[in-house]
Design a protein around this ligand. Sequence first.
Ligand SMILES: Cc1cc2nc3c(=O)[nH]c(=O)nc-3n(C[C@H](O)[C@H](O)[C@H](O)COP(=O)(O)OP(=O)(O)OC[C@H]3O[C@@H](n4cnc5c(N)ncnc54)[C@H](O)[C@@H]3O)c2cc1C
Length: 497
Amino acid sequence: MTEFAGAIDSKSYDVIVVGAGGSGLAAAVSAAESGASVLVLESQQRPGGTSRMAVGSISAAGTHLQKQAGIVDNSNDFITDMELFTADLLVHDNANLRQVLAEQASLTVDWLSQMGVVFVGPYAEPPHRVERMHNAVPGAASIVKRLLIACQSLGVEIQTQSSVSQLHQYADGRVHALSFKSLDGMHRVSARKAVILASGDFSASKTMCSAHLPLEASRAIPINPTNTGEMFDVACKVGAQTLNMQHVFGPQMRFPAGTSTHIANKMPSWPWLNQFMAMFFEYAPPALKKLLAKPMLMAHMSPSEQLFAQGAVLVDENGQLLDNKSPAKSIAMTESRRGFIVMPNHVAKKFNALPYFISTAPSIAYAFIDDYISGRPDITFKAKDLETLSTSMGLSNAKGLRQSLSGISADYWVGLGPVQAMLTTTEGSIAINSQCQVMGATGQPIESLYAVGCIGQGGLLLRGHGLHLAWAFTSGRIAGKYAASQKLLKETSHATV
Ligand SMILES: Cc1cc2nc3c(=O)[nH]c(=O)nc-3n(C[C@H](O)[C@H](O)[C@H](O)COP(=O)(O)OP(=O)(O)OC[C@H]3O[C@@H](n4cnc5c(N)ncnc54)[C@H](O)[C@@H]3O)c2cc1C
């Protein structure tokens, strides 16, 4: 990876990638592996995007890990099972791209493994008929790290703090350059073969969320506040078409992140260490696994809705009851978009052993109330009376809380919160074909423009675990290969947009 400033305006690259998240880095590595010179432009100070924050689950059929575990699987079964998740929304889905995902995701897991990414699993996730969920150890940040290392060894240039704001076309529509703003002003750089858009989703754009999403989702807090989605507009200006912009699987009820960084971001990415951790996850006794999983409580964990079925209540900042049948939506509609979970001691006690848990640490452990008391004292409270609980949780009105819990008796009370209505990702994307080329209004590809990851979902609706990352890395791998194999762009006309 080469960091540089200035002098870029006179440079050109075979392939330029917009965004250094999971899909962009996969595209960069794949294009460079195919012999292309590659520049990646990233708007933030640090590469990784949402991909760096992710758990690291990738669902795939036919992987080496499945074979090792004696699991016989194929892409047709994978498609049928994925469709069970999407069910009522299948009419809006892109069947061609789902097939690409089903056929190619296992090659992606193998490709990443060859780069030194260590996966554990596969794990079950019904209604998938067999175990398909592969988890990167210690998390998706380790995939980002391995891709960055691959970029470095392949000579990919990554320029951070460089926000792309315009694509330039020849008169016949081919995209051949782009403009971006970096710390020292505006620049323009040329792509000899292709530009790949890998700029993520739009969950942090107030304007786009209000324009496209259902009201509750548009009010939710984005987990990644830098997902501002401006590349959707930039792409549309050169003829890209948007699809399924109204779809979102959320909001979800999540705790705010803790103050210490997620363990995955602190771990060095040495393959032997990841390998050791994979063995640890496979063979260590549960108590030891729990120790390692504990820092995961610092992430935006989702509290289990079992809490409400067992007698916990959900209240707003004034202590007023909220509808706990659809908790995330009712929290989203409060002014502060924050709720609080309160329960008597006998309910809290139940949440110290399976089948009752406060949240998961996926595939590794379940977190119970005592784990939260010791691991997240910032959001877990205990008090003899509701006045004290209300004050320690920062509620404005103890009277409201007393009314909401009237008729329930307790030796002491336990509170969890705040709990927020949050958006993990949006599903809306721009139209692409099975090579990830961006499609124009006439149904023809816009030559030399590709899109991958969230912005390049091409209408895919990815409900279920492990499918967004599977698509991000798979689409990046595919697009990088095709972009690198394009003919060099020859200028046919000086007219540019
Ligand atoms: C907490 C959390 C956990 C998750 N866990 C999982 C999981 O386990 N499995 C799974 O399948 N999915 C998971 N997801 C979803 C998954 O992480 C995302 O869908 C996926 O990472 C998106 O990858 P991407 O490359 O499209 O976008 P990103 O990783 O967000 O990358 C986009 C990059 O583009 C940059 N960018 C944007 N605009 C510009 C611009 N104009 N110029 C230059 N750069 C720009 C951004 O800064 C960013 O770095 C999770 C999401 C969250 C929030």
